[in-house]
Write a protein that binds this ligand. Structure first.
Ligand code: GTP
Ligand code: SPV
Ligand code: MN
Length: 594
């Protein structure tokens, strides 16, 4: 046992009594202990050791084909009152859910080892950090939590010997049975129960389950925010750094934007981007009244496909050591990894992600994929060449601009700024995006995903909007400015028009200059937009007319959008803040006048 905290001990005793493991191992986080676990996982075949010259410390893992993404249909928010979960969450009475799941956990770890993982979300000692304890029967989970969190006995030092303020996470992969898979949050009990999955987002309980679903609920009660946001610092040639956070839905470009390499014209002038976080931000007003953000994570659980030397060299560099790859393909010639979009040379001697040995060139020539579209790398943040010097700053970084965005083939322009905070909350609350492979279900279907939090908000979304409005009230004129971006507009053939990736800096530049008051804008029906010539296209092979097209606001399309937002808003009933209903009316009037 690593702690004398009676609350921890009592809870762990309860789960031992329930799950009946053969053995209990407390994870202290020592290299010795972790190495033994790595060896064991390699012995049992749970993990494969990769080429240690090319990828030192790297391991490979595959999950079952039925277990490759978050399962939103089987994810529950079990608040005592149904109303508190709201229309966007699955709900079940907590008593009923505990009663249903308890027999499933009863004896589930017989013949297995239970690992007790203490971890901190946020830098140890940060006033914004919080402690969790995850109990699991999976070594894969332990090794991933080591990368993704500050794991080990130091987390208990942070908790202290009497506090009860820790999140209790119980995970068992059980039989990985998709019909009995449950990912359940009990926000009022600080508790998460996850069973019958071994896929990251369902089982690394510090991540979406705690740092978003439970934390969003805690944030509402405690006056802070937990958001599905990257955090980056943009440094100008004078050495000043402006921090920006951005919420895009899953697999819509957070990791890429967070690690952006400036295009040549800016690099030469001395612009740099520093990564603070790529997925989650915890934000709280600081002593000076500005909004400060920490990244509660310690690593990146990033989408592998599409990651290459051109799109995201910093992410690729982050995966070169001490990284776990899940559901990518293997290159059997040299025991390294491959995925779609890494390069144009699929290995001839390949093992695709489910384990089929094949000629990768022929396989991909038939249009089949070698890596799963939601295959991922788990890489330590410290590996990232552009990790921010402020990454471990316990106070966080001050946020100047917040950006919303998603995948919209037509509707949303490249960038616009909200008129004010309330309008910005409106923009976030009406966000829509095409679905991706990060969750099970159809891909490419447009759905409303407010603030990119639809799958992650631990309470009623209407109350969440109100919390955003309240935070704006509290921050007053120190509130970040709110923007919306869309890198994914397509032409008539379905090709992306905007080059994206590093060139997104060109849009960030306008955003930062707007915050400083040094860039112009035109007022449109939906917000402030740059003049086309204010987006620097030097060195790109697109012209001013293309930028004009990317910024266009089409009356028919936006009339349709307004109608869809009206439908979307209906589900929140009385809980829809009246300020937002008012914003919708104003938008409708402006669009009608186009
Ligand atoms: P999660 O980890 O699921 O939350 O995803 P994320 O938001 O971090 O997305 P990520 O940066 O991993 O990007 C997902 C996919 O979008 C990858 O296939 C990228 O290649 C692609 N992508 C990212 N940025 C851009 C961009 O600017 N333009 C285009 N066209 N594609 C992009
Ligand atoms: C996401 O889906 O938004 C992710 C990956 O970041 S997961 O951890 O599976 O949630
Ligand atoms: Mn994410």
């Amino acid at each position: 046992m690593l702690t004398k905290n009676p609350n921890v001990i009592k809870w762990v005793d309860e789960v031992i009594a329930l799950c009946k493991p053969d053995q209990v191992v407390w994870i202290d986080g020592s290299e010795e202990q972790l190495n033994a676990l790595r060896e064991e996982a390699i012995q049992t075949g749970e993990m494969i050791k990769l080429n240690q010259e090319e990828l030192p410390g790297c391991l490979y893992h595959r999950t079952l084909p039925n277990d490759v993404a978050r399962v939103e249909a089987r994810t529950f928010i079990c608040s005592r009152k149904e109303e508190d979960a709201g229309p966007t969450n699955n709900w079940c009475d907590p008593k009923e859910m505990y009663a249903k799941l308890t027999p499933m956990y009863d004896g589930v770890m017989k013949g297995r080892t239970m690992y007790v993982i203490p971890y901190s979300m946020g830098p140890i000692g940060s006033p914004l950090a919080k402690v969790g304890v995850e109990v699991t029967d999976s070594i894969y989970v332990v090794l991933n939590m080591d990368i993704m969190t500050r794991m080990g006995k130091q987390a208990f030092e942070n908790l202290g010997e009497t506090s009860n303020d820790f999140v209790r996470g119980l995970h068992s992969k059980a039989n990985v049975d998709p019909d009995n898979r449950y990912i359940v949050q009990f926000p009022e009990d600080n508790t998460i129960w996850s069973i019958n999955s071994a896929y990251g987002g369902n089982v690394l309980l510090g991540k979406k389950c705690f740092a978003l679903r439970i934390a969003s609920y805690q944030g509402k009660n405690e006056g802070w925010m937990a958001e599905h946001m990257l955090i980056l610092g943009l440094e100008n040639p004078q050495g000043e750094v402006t921090y920006v956070s951005a919420a895009f839905p899953s697999a819509c470009g957070k990791t890429n934007l967070a690690m952006l390499v400036p295009p040549e014209v800016y690099r030469k002038q001395g612009y740099k981007v520093w990564t603070v976080g790529d997925d989650i931000a915890w934000l709280k007003p600081g002593k000076d009244g500005r909004l400060y953000a920490i990244n509660p994570e310690n690593g990146f659980f990033g989408v592998a496909p599409g990651t290459n030397m051109k799109s995201n060299p910093n992410a690729l560099a982050s995966t070169k050591k001490n990284t776990i790859f899940t559901n990518v393909a293997l290159n059997n010639d040299n025991n390294t990894v491959w995925w779609e979009g890494l390069d144009k040379n699929p290995p001839e001697n390949a093992t695709e992600w489910t384990g089929i040995v094949t000629n990768g060139k022929e396989w991909t020539a038939e249009g089949k994929k070698l890596a799963h579209p939601n295959s991922r790398f788990t890489a330590p943040a410290e590996n990232c060449p552009c990790i921010s010097p402020e990454f471990n700053n316990p106070e966080g970084v001050p946020i100047t601009a917040m950006i919303f965005g998603g995948r919209r083939a037509k509707t949303a322009p490249l960038v616009y700024q909200s008129f004010d905070w309330t309008h910005g909350v409106f923009v976030g609350s009406t966000m829509a995006s095409e679905t991706t492979a990060a969750a099970t279900g159809a891909v490419g279907v447009v759905r409303r995903d407010p603030m990119a939090m639809r799958p992650f908000c631990g309470y009623h979304m209407g109350d969440y909007f109100q919390h955003w409005l309240d935070m704006g009230e509290k921050l007053g004129d120190k509130a970040p400015k709110i923007f919306n971006v869309n890198w994914f507009r397509t032409d008539d053939e379905g090709h992306f028009i905007w080059p994206g990736f590093g060139d997104n800096l060109r849009v960030l530049m306008w955003i930062v200059d707007r915050c400083k008051g040094t860039a112009d804008a035109v007022e449109t029906a939906i917000g402030y937009e740059p003049k086309p010539e204010d987006i620097n296209i030097e060195g790109l092979d697109i012209d001013l007319d293309t930028v004009k097209g990317l910024l266009s606001v089409d009356k028919d399309v936006w009339e349709q959008e307004v109608a869809e937002i009206e439908e979307h808003y209906k589900q929140f009933g009385d809980k829809l803040p009246k300020e937002l209903a008012e914003e919708l009316k104003k938008l409708k009037a402006r669009v009608d006048a186009l």
